[in-house]
Design a protein around this ligand. Structure first.
Ligand code: XIL
Length: 451
């Protein structure tokens, strides 16, 4: 009896304390409002980023503003194909490494932009076609995403692959002419090369419900239905002087497909409506739980690629513009929290063996003259510490590159063994490796031996 009363008394006291604490929080919200874009976005679990270049990292006032305001960066140009692979199979990661080091030292995340795009290709790739180009693309993704494996928050795997206007068609390009499946091959390759990065499709003129955004929506829906790995859609949002009234609705419909949405290259024409539009875009993102971050395409107006448009949040002296206040206030007003990050297990195509050991299954992405194989290794009822998969490459086919495994040869019966980071597989769990090959044909179910 005495005990019960005491508990009741404690409950009453704590309830009063909670109420008091709640009031204190409510009253001091504006006093405690975050004073930078990154911190304000982080209150709802989002990031706020900016595009920059390695040669600007020590340039003032760019550097001070970048480091103070943003908690994410993206390379404006230095991770593009022409920059990272200027000659075929000769890679240049210096600038990207510098950007990543800068970000990591400051707790910023990094968006990767972009693995494959019809524009800003190196001349050698522009001049390629067919299987040679397809293989070069796969190699590029493997090497670039592999180099920065584990360090990229989200990759724009494919950029701007759809045509403008009402057709809803793919844009014609050398990449598109390698076969309509080039986008899904790029995504599967990127997943294997950096399983920790979110994989995005990124495009412009998609800032509302229109024929182009609907074509992308249909592609994403199809990818989700067929298990093509896609995690996010980037809306570039290079905007003029009015905002499409369906801007938020469009974000929401992508989110409803089960992908994140990111505003990836935001800049808005200077004018009477600039601050208001910046506020609207920010609020639209905050209203959709799966809209997880915003990136502006530059820091200071004179940095912008849109010369004369002054479309950014800071003037050339690093002063905050009214558009800045509109964004900060919108972020501080809060929004729906994004769902906690989940890494959805990939669909299992073959049941794990009932005993110990392991099994392997293979899926192919083929085009005329070549293919990419993804091989899944699944542990049985006990954990394994290593594996060897024997797989027969179709006759006439030759393996030209592989990832996440060592291999004994490139034709006929090939043994693939784990590398140091993927040998240990928990009971019933899977890991993947992959390879690309010239030639065609089918592959019988490989055998797997655990070690
Ligand atoms: C732009 C850069 O800002 C410029 O410096 C460069 O000269 C051309 O590319 N869509 C994209 C970005 O995905 O990569 C583009 O960036 C802008 C349009």
């Amino acid at each position: 009896m005495r005990r019960t009363r005491r508990i009741r008394a404690i409950v009453a006291v704590s309830a009063t304390m909670v109420l008091a604490a709640g009031m204190a929080v409510a009253i001091s919200t504006s006093a405690n409002a975050a004073t930078t874009l990154g911190a304000a976005a982080a209150q709802s679990g989002r990031y706020f980023g900016a595009a920059t270049n390695s040669f600007m990292l020590n340039r003032q006032p760019h550097a001070t503003v970048l480091n103070r305001e943003f908690n994410s960066i993206v390379a404006e140009n230095e991770m593009k194909w022409y920059h990272t692979e200027p000659n075929q199979n000769q890679f240049n990661f210096t600038a990207g490494d510098q950007l990543i080091a800068h970000a990591r030292a400051r707790g910023m995340t990094v968006r990767g932009h972009t693995l494959v795009w019809h524009a800003q290709q190196p001349a050698w790739a522009e001049n390629m076609s067919g299987t040679a180009l397809r293989n070069a693309m796969i190699n590029h993704i493997n090497r670039v995403a592999g180099h920065w494996r584990g360090q990229i928050h989200s990759w724009d795997v494919v950029n701007e692959a759809f045509a403008d206007g009402g057709s809803g068609a793919r844009r014609d390009s050398n990449l598109q002419r390698t076969g309509n499946d080039w986008i899904e091959v790029a995504f599967r390759t990127a997943r294997a090369a950096d399983p920790g990065a979110k994989l995005c499709y990124n495009d412009y003129n998609t800032d509302g419900i229109n024929a182009k955004s609907t074509a992308i929506y249909n592609m994403v829906r199809d990818f989700k239905a067929r298990g093509v790995p896609i995690d996010c859609v980037g809306l570039q949002s290079h905007l003029g002087t009015t905002l499409d009234p369906t801007y938020q609705q469009n974000i929401q419909r992508f989110a409803d497909l089960g992908v994140d949405v990111q505003i990836t290259e935001l800049d808005i024409q200077q004018g009477a409506n600039q601050a208001n539009m910046y506020g609207q875009v920010t609020r639209a993102c905050l209203a959709v739980a799966r809209c997880t971050g915003i990136t502006v395409w530059g820091v200071l107006d004179p940095d912008s690629w849109r010369t004369g448009a002054n479309p950014l949040l800071f003037d050339g002296n690093g002063n905050k513009k009214p558009a800045y206040d509109a964004v900060l206030n919108a972020l501080n007003a809060g929004g729906n929290n994004p769902p906690p990050p989940t890494t959805a297990p990939p669909p299992v195509t073959t049941p794990p063996p009932s005993g110990g050991g392991c099994s392997a299954s293979v899926s192919l992405n083929s085009w005329n003259g070549g293919f990419v194989a993804t091989v899944r290794v699944t542990a049985g009822s006990s954990a394994i510490n290593g594996w060897r998969v024997r797989l027969t490459v179709p006759s006439g086919a030759t393996v030209t590159g592989s990832w996440n495994a060592n291999r004994s040869g490139n034709t006929g019966a090939v043994d693939w063994t784990n590398v140091d980071y993927n040998g240990r597989v928990a009971a019933g769990q899977s890991t993947e490796f992959g390879f690309q090959a010239t030639g065609n044909g089918s592959i019988p179910t490989p055998s797997c031996t655990a070690s």
